[in-house]
Design a protein around this ligand. Sequence first.
Ligand code: A3P
Ligand code: MG
Ligand code: MG
Length: 394
Amino acid sequence: SESERDPPRKIHNSCVENKAKYLKTSSQEYEYKFPYFRQPREIGSFSKDSERKFHHDRSQLKFYAPPRDLQRCNFDLRHGYSKMIFKDRNIKEHLDNLLRWIMHNRKSFYVNQAATNACDVSQNLEAKHSRFNSLNTDFFCWRGLLTHLACLPYENRDDLLVAVIKFRGSYYMCEFETEAKKIERETETPRQREMSAWGFKFEQYVTSDKPQGVPDISHPVNTNEEFGSVARSRLGSHSLVYGAEVDCVDPTSPDVNKYVELKTSRIIQAQRQYENFCKFKLIKWWAQSFLIGISRVVCGFRDDNGVVHKLQDYPVLDMPSVAQSCLHSPWKPAVCFNFLDSFLNFVKSVVTEDNPRCVHLFQWQPHRNVVHERRGEDPEFLFLPDWFINWEAW
Ligand code: A3P
Ligand code: MG
Ligand code: MG
């Protein structure tokens, strides 16, 4: 196919000639020095309640409440499964909650404000910028998309579909479900569905609603509830604002970033299992947490019956060396972030028309290039809602 031929002209591993617009994804292309990445800073947060309603507050934040003995516990993740309430996966929220957060926080985007740490905006600045044309930020998206992109040079199973819209100088990037993932979701077995709920039950076993509180596993888990953190950072020449679902905070942590990411994983009994864990899981855990500056992942190791027997702490900064000491050809953080930087360069080079009704698609399948396609006014992918496009503050 067109996308697999050698590009006639090379620009940062990508080709933007008329016919073929694509970006290489093999890890060897990106083996150079780690790019500039500014320490992500939290600029705000929001909550989604049990009915999936948006609240501009921290009401859904949970507090880490580990058991006394991390080495010996007995958490039955199937407990109360029949009463669990699932978020409706057929409702696609796109970037809506992030856009709502932006509209509650226009002060965060005034010139200078975007670049500094200042929290209190002077009255003067506010008066001068009561309306504005631009959010002074290159990219808006969910952290989950950045995680997928960063891991893409090492991904060999899941495909990816990203829609991008350029609007008022910013690029809005939204992941869409691919056909393959849709089929996977629709053909999920009851066992798979139950297992994908175990992670949420684990969160309930090790968190509480208040600091120093006790976990309450009696009320049904409701996956509509969510705490979201919004971060600002810079990668190479790109300024980024992204939202991320955060599991809990540990107020007693000595780290600057006190959030803790919770995971579950099957108990590891063989070398082969350990290699797969290092190769496929640690990279995703690392990218997901590193992107928002989380320093610690706590994993509950479970058996096949969904019982967690022990907890283990994984410092995020140690993960690359853990993978390195286990694998013959380990994943490299520099490759992940160089690819992410190149993807953002690629987006800027091919998405030029500033128009909220013009969408561009970026599609990828394992062992292929990322292929760009201008879709124009395709209602399936036009994800910016009118209430955001017609915001009176613009
Ligand atoms: P685990 O993390 O224990 O796998 P997160 O870890 O990102 O906070 O996500 C919480 C839980 O949501 C996961 O627990 C898992 O149960 C579920 N989950 C996350 N991503 C998923 C996906 N792509 N498919 C199915 N379940 C997913
Ligand atoms: Mg989570
Ligand atoms: Mg988690």
